[in-house]
Design a protein around this ligand. Structure first.
Ligand SMILES: Cc1cc2nc3c(=O)[nH]c(=O)nc-3n(C[C@H](O)[C@H](O)[C@H](O)COP(=O)(O)O)c2cc1C
Length: 177
């Protein structure tokens, strides 16, 4: 079993890259359910910024149609894996295939690594892993959305999770591993 070392990063040094990747092909997001099963999907919907509670906030949105939705509802934690160009095929795959049909980590050669603060795994191949604990959620029907948005069928509307960023890391194999 590989041992891993972690370098702690400042989220704000990587926020621009995070938003860029979200807008262009998406980022990876891992989730875990109450039984400990894990899954990974691609996300393009997101917000990041400072918060009064001291940790940065990273908000994501997942529709109840996704296999991952039950996971994050059961364990309100997630890890965002920021990609590099080499991981674009993995983001494409995880944004189309469903964890219902098989293990997407294995299919993409992604290595799940135990996270520091949350039960959802980090991904060794991602240059930046952002560990988040959802502290609140906004679920459909969203009373705050405009009438146009509310016209979308309920099952297509996203549940929005506001995550407290508990740690941002670069993961590398430990020397000699
Ligand atoms: C670039 C891109 C961005 C995406 N963004 C989101 C998103 O923000 N929220 C969401 O629910 N699905 C999003 N998806 C779709 C899911 O990643 C996709 O449906 C995935 O297969 C769900 O996996 P699951 O069924 O294993 O949960 C996106 C897909 C792509 C390709």
């Amino acid at each position: 079993m590989t041992d891993w070392t972690r370098q702690e990063l400042d989220l704000y040094d990587h926020a621009e890259e995070l938003l860029h990747r979200m807008r262009h092909g998406g980022v990876l997001c891992t989730v875990v359910d109450a039984a400990g099963a894990t899954n990974v999907l691609t996300l393009g919907w997101g917000l990041v910024g400072p918060s009064y509670h001291g940790h940065p906030v990273l908000a994501i949105a997942i529709t109840p149609r996704r296999y991952s939705w039950r996971f994050i509802e059961e364990v309100p934690e997630f890890v965002i894996g920021v990609l590099d160009d080499a991981l674009r095929p993995a983001a494409d795959y995880c944004g189309q295939a469903s964890g219902r049909d098989g293990d997407k980590f294995a299919a993409c050669g992604l290595t799940p690594v135990e996270s520091v603060h949350v039960r959802a795994p980090s991904i060794a191949e991602c240059p930046v892993n952002i560990e988040c604990r959802a502290y609140t959620r906004v679920a459909p029907p969203h009373t705050l959305l405009t009438p146009e948005h509310r016209k979308a069928p309920l099952e297509l509307q996203h549940t929005i999770y506001f995550g407290e960023v508990l740690g941002t890391y670069r993961i590398t194999p430990a020397p000699g591993a």
